[in-house]
Ligand binder design. Structure first.
Ligand code: AMP
Length: 146
């Protein structure tokens, strides 16, 4: 556990842990043995994807090297698919560490957002239409699988 999170212990009931356990639904984009990628339900731009590790890490301070490598490789796949699907070069990669930074889910994850730092929407505020999320997830998954 990272130094700044010494008082926080990993919560097995956090929302992303529930997804990994198959307890709640999500719009899957990609999965491998160490990572899972799905649509953010309160996107900061259309096509906002989250990549989580299958390691029970709270933030970057906890991440084991093999999972750090895996999450970046999955992030790269997602970014390349977003570039193709949304026909834009600019994709933000973002990752928050600790409540003070604005982190709201305490299971390590990387945000991939087809947007610009000048146009980014508000963090975790507006629910997206599930039909749109499902459609985007299908399109991104198809590009990754091709
Ligand atoms: P962070 O604040 O960096 O921890 O980001 C957590 C992200 O998870 C936010 O962008 C939320 O919109 C997103 N989120 C919260 N609940 C869900 C959910 N059930 N499915 C998908 N994304 C979620």
């Amino acid at each position: 556990m990272s130094q700044a999170n010494q008082q926080i212990t990993y919560d097995d009931n956090n929302i992303f842990a529930k997804m990994l356990n198959g307890d709640i639904p999500y719009h899957k984009v990609y999965e491998d043995d160490k990572t899972l990628a799905f649509m953010d339900i309160m996107p900061q731009a259309e096509g906002h994807v989250l990549v989580i590790t299958k390691q029970k890490a709270i933030d970057l301070g906890d991440l084991e090297p093999e999972y750090a490598a895996a999450v970046l490789m999955t992030a790269k796949k997602i970014m390349q698919a977003q570039r193709q699907v949304f026909e834009r070069e600019g994709i933000i990669q973002m990752q928050l560490n600790g409540a003070q930074s604005g982190q709201t889910v305490f299971h390590y994850h990387v945000h991939l957002i087809p947007s610009s730092i000048h146009e980014l929407g508000r963090h975790a505020v507006t629910q997206a239409d599930h039909e749109v999320l499902a459609d985007t997830a299908r399109k991104l998954a198809a590009v990754i699988a091709a």
